[in-house]
Design a protein around this ligand. Structure first.
Ligand SMILES: [Zn+2]
Length: 299
């Protein structure tokens, strides 16, 4: 964020939610797959989170942690000292119980009032655990509508990070106001882009863990973004549970787990060494951006 804008800013964000979670027809909250079992599991999330936090320490990277409040409670009850483990990182909100606000899968869209009830509760739980204010929000399934945006703005969040936008000529990774929802709330969007074959790709690392993409493709994307989105923010996103179980909730074998860990470590180590890249938390980027933006308009 210097005057000559030579950096691409890269944030690592984690969506800390139940193992292989899925929306379920007829209910607002999510369950772990297979949903027929009616269970919520966080064992893989716990192991994945421990591993990722270790790696972030090793590579000296500050990240943004979007906690689902229920998962945070379960991890604390399981003996994890989340406040200590999260100390260097930004703590943000990822809903109460992974609600399907829009009802896209559940078939039961939520009213603004019940959205507000659940997010208020989530915020209270997280503030109680972490004893700090939260600035960021990411919706389950990265799906928001005007009601959700209105609620998070009202509850004092400073930014949303749920939207996915194509990075390139039209959008270079800067925050923008959610005008389409008639709101001034800032959006720190997730980028989508094209791989070397022209296929659409997102910055969620799930495709690596499902064996569909290699770590090199994500490194290439950042190298590309470094040229087209100088001074912009490139947000990566990871589900910690995905190091250990697949989307269907089946555990990976030892070899695949090792591969997942190696791939993730490769990405972090490469990002750390890359010239023209600066890694930071989303709130730090946002605050710097707001400061510069305001200074600019005062001139
Ligand atoms: Zn989630």
């Amino acid at each position: 964020m210097t005057k000559n804008h030579e950096f691409l800013y890269v944030a690592i964000s984690l969506d800390i939610d139940p193992d292989a979670n899925s929306a379920v027809e007829g209910r607002h909250d999510a369950l772990s797959s297979p949903v027929e079992h009616g269970k919520i599991r966080v064992e893989a999330c716990k192991r994945g989170l421990q591993r990722i936090l270790e790696l972030l320490d090793i590579y000296d990277i500050d990240a943004t942690l979007f906690y689902e409040a229920r998962t945070a409670q379960m991890l604390v009850a399981d003996g994890m000292d989340l406040p200590a483990l999260s100390e260097r990182h930004e703590v943000s909100c990822h809903s109460l119980k992974h609600e399907d606000y829009l009802g896209k899968v559940s078939g039961v869209p939520m009213e603004e009032e019940s959205i507000e009830e659940t997010i208020t509760k989530a915020k209270d739980i997280l503030e109680n655990i972490f004893k700090r204010d939260m600035k960021g929000f990411r919706a389950p399934y990265t799906r928001v509508n005007q009601a959700v945006v209105r609620v998070i703005e009202r509850l004092g969040f400073r930014y949303d990070s749920s939207e996915t936008v194509t990075m390139g000529a039209e959008w270079k990774g800067s925050p923008f106001s959610l005008e389409k929802f008639d709101s001034d709330l800032l959006e720190l969007a997730l980028p989508s882009f094209q791989d070397s074959k022209g296929q659409k790709m997102s910055s969620y690392l799930w495709a690596i863990f499902e064996g569909r993409r290699g770590s090199g493709e994500y490194i290439d994307a950042v190298l590309w973004a470094r040229d087209v989105a100088q001074s912009g923010l490139f947000v990566f996103s990871i589900h910690p549970w995905h190091l250990y179980v697949n989307c269907k909730g089946n555990p990976f074998n030892r070899e695949q787990v090792q591969k997942n860990r190696d791939n993730l470590e490769h990405i972090l180590s490469q990002l750390k060494q890359m010239r023209g890249i600066q890694m930071l938390r989303q709130d730090t980027y946002m605050e710097n951006w707001v400061r510069l933006h305001k200074a600019g308009t005062n001139k």
